[in-house]
Design a protein around this ligand. Sequence first.
Ligand code: TPW
Length: 538
Amino acid sequence: MGTVEPQVAHSDAVQEVTDGFHLVIDALKLNGIDTIFGLPGIPITDFTRMAQAAGLRVISFRHEQNAGNAAAIAGFMTQKPGICLTVSELAVAKPLAKAAFRVLHAEDIGVGIARAIRAAVSGRPGGVYLDLPAKLFAQTMDAEAGKKSLIKVVDPAPKQIPGADAVKRAVDLLKGAKKPLIVLGKGAAYAQADAEIHSLIEKTGIPYLPMSMAKGLLPDTHEQCASAARSYVLPEADVVMLIGARLNWLLSHGKGKTWGGKDHKAWGGQKFIQIDISPQEMDSNVRIDAPVVGDIGSCVSALLAGIGSTWAKPSTEWLNAIAERKYKNIAKMAETLAKNPTPMNFHSALNVVRDIVKANPDAILVNEGANALDFTRSIVDMYKPRKRLDVGTWGVMGIGMGFSVAAAVVSGEPVIAIEGDSAFGFSGMEVETVCRYNLPVCVVIFNNNGVYRGTDVNPTGGADVAPTVFVKGARYDKLMEAFGGVGVHATTPAELRKAMEEAIRSRRPTLINAVIDETAGTESGRITSLNPASGKKK
Ligand code: TPW
């Protein structure tokens, strides 16, 4: 228990007191929190000093947004709340947070933090805002009473067991399927029910698709992985079981042409089983025939029990049809990856990244950009759970360096960040943070001179460059050198390979400026079709 200067009480006896600062620190420590991501500034500067003095790891950033991203991904990786310390405003945070509380009295700090922890990690996990007004920190109270006011949260994310009828309904539907498919989402990765999921996939023999952050839950090279035949399996499947994956825009809301529907909104005829912690997720876009509500671990275990030991695997006709497409696509991709064009393009560069990740399956891959994101997701196989951290559902650029710092701090493993040059710019200043804490982060910037590409021209012929174009031939590697890290300028796959290998081996902060053909890639990566066309005739 932290204490402040003893004060003399009326009775002349020495009374131990504590204050708001120490109560917050003690409440966090009591709940197993060992790291705070933040940015000091009045009124929390002293707090950061005291937290560090009390043995917490305080990782301070150059922009709070990056500290927020770091805390978010730390939460994803550990199931413990990631803590972001910032000077902010309750009214701004409230509409964006899962919950928001304000603590006004020192004696309520314990309950405030307990409530915030529960709100963050129970049910569908989410960001919680705890507002601690400046004057709270200086409030004092009796040390013993303060200690008693703290709460060590018991079972912060209680199991949610699915109903037996729901499980039976799902098993029956799956049993009747001719062309079943499983989709794994990042909820499945978060749940840390890796063994159960692995066993469900292999026992049923059902082909599966991992969503971006579920890659590696089973190795992407697994026989049943249907990623390379995605555009075949989605419209063809008759029963689809979603495990911690939502039917949002990333899955075309479960309908439309992607799913074999006649037009962009038509249902494709699939039946859906959905396993999710949130009952509200069901029927949010199409009919869910068998909702299974509960935590992923409990739901998958219940399904495993329901499936029993006499499960009939899917027909060889279905499996062969998938395999045929899959291996054809893989062979085609292998041809493209083997090319060595000058200048380097996304494929020849990613061929290197793919090998490096394969050789270092414990390394964590952070990824953002448009083409840099889409190509990396499809080309670089992941081998272990929760090793791929990316922009997630909303495609938010700017997660790169915050995620990288947190991933390195939380896991101690090397981090490889594959960044579009535009994406990197959103959080690029944090390379100083990477260097300051001497983190084993290797940033690879796919530098093609602009947002998406670097080829646009100003149609007026004026002096301003086009809105998507950056300084040509920029040397991002020098940015890293400015802070004592290793900067490498790589123009060939061989140079990229050598630099990445060295970065992983040395664990030194490294930034590789990988020069990519500025004409390579497409606008918006895979979502070019969402670009609205001008309605105005010339
Ligand atoms: C917070 C819009 C989507 S992708 C992208 C932007 C600005 C960058 C694409 O260029 P980059 O990648 O990174 O060079 P590449 O490989 O194609 O060359 N602001 C936020 N989020 C998003 N998604 C955008 C803007 C956007």
